[in-house]
Design a protein around this ligand. Structure first.
Ligand SMILES: NC(=O)c1ccc[n+]([C@@H]2O[C@H](COP(=O)([O-])OP(=O)(O)OC[C@H]3O[C@@H](n4cnc5c(N)ncnc54)[C@H](OP(=O)(O)O)[C@@H]3O)[C@@H](O)[C@H]2O)c1
Length: 214
């Protein structure tokens, strides 16, 4: 059976998954890009960006795990891009990732604004889901063909799946920066999850939470 996994969802020390003021200039909010800098020296990141070499170790292992066995992804519309309200304000927008996004499988974008699916190079197809998180999950599980489904973000989307008790596991890299403002993830009780693993590198502490099965 497919599992629903939150992978590589970075949090600041004060609990934010994005800074305040998301925009085209600051996709992760002001200062939020610092949440992702720990990935840049790794071998996996180097491969993704066409560079040689890169560091192995715990950071790299978690990046490998992040995509391993994932057959479909779900994300919120704010993670997909900066367009708010009707798509007609920028009908050409097709995500942050250029013509060949790094997913290479179907991606289901939660939104209140209907839109035709967008096939991209490399196998990624963005589908826009307007009838809620359960519908997105049902479609993603079907599309994943027996593999797991990832909830990529952002904060509001991860929270909705946590509230519904649908997430099987979360990998949360805790990054030693303070954002002060923005979108917080764990600011309400999410009963039924426990920490099953943590490990630190020089730059970040990796925490894994799993749903406790009764
Ligand atoms: N820290 C990390 O590792 C990480 C990972 C991924 C993303 N991020 C960051 O997180 C930020 C985005 O997070 P966010 O919490 O602002 O937003 P989000 O979860 O990405 O998207 C929220 C939006 O998606 C749509 N949506 C969500 N749930 C819906 C539902 N059930 N039905 C219909 N539409 C729904 C709504 O858009 P409409 O009403 O406009 O359609 C809503 O405003 C970005 O800055 C991104 O870069 C961080």
């Amino acid at each position: 059976m497919s599992k629903l996994r939150v992978q590589r969802f970075c949090l600041s020390l004060d609990g934010y998954g994005a800074g305040a003021g998301q925009s085209r200039q600051d996709p992760v909010g002001v200062g939020g890009e610092r949440l992702h800098e720990w990935m840049f020296p790794t071998r996996t990141w180097h491969r993704m960006t066409g560079e040689e070499g890169g560091a192995t170790g715990v950071d790299d292992q978690f990046l490998v795990e992040a995509t391993d066995g994932i057959g479909a992804t779900i994300m919120g519309r704010n993670m997909f891009g900066p367009v708010r309200g009707p798509w007609s304000s920028d009908p050409s927008w097709s995500g942050w990732w250029g013509p060949n996004p790094p997913y290479h499988h179907p991606v289901f974008v939660l939104t209140h604004e209907p839109r035709e699916s967008i096939p991209m190079e490399g196998g990624t197809v963005f589908h826009f889901v307007t009838d809620g998180i359960e519908s997105a999950l049902e479609q993603a599980v079907k599309a994943a063909g027996g593999q797991d489904v990832a909830v990529a973000g952002g904060v509001s989307t991860v929270k909705q799946y946590l509230r519904a008790g649908l997430v099987d596991s979360l990998h949360l890299p805790i990054v030693p920066v303070l954002l002060g403002r923005g979108e917080r993830l764990l600011d309400e009780p999410f009963p039924g999850y426990e920490c099953t693993y943590f490990a630190s590198s020089d730059t970040v502490t990796h925490v894994r939470l799993e749903r406790v099965r009764s």
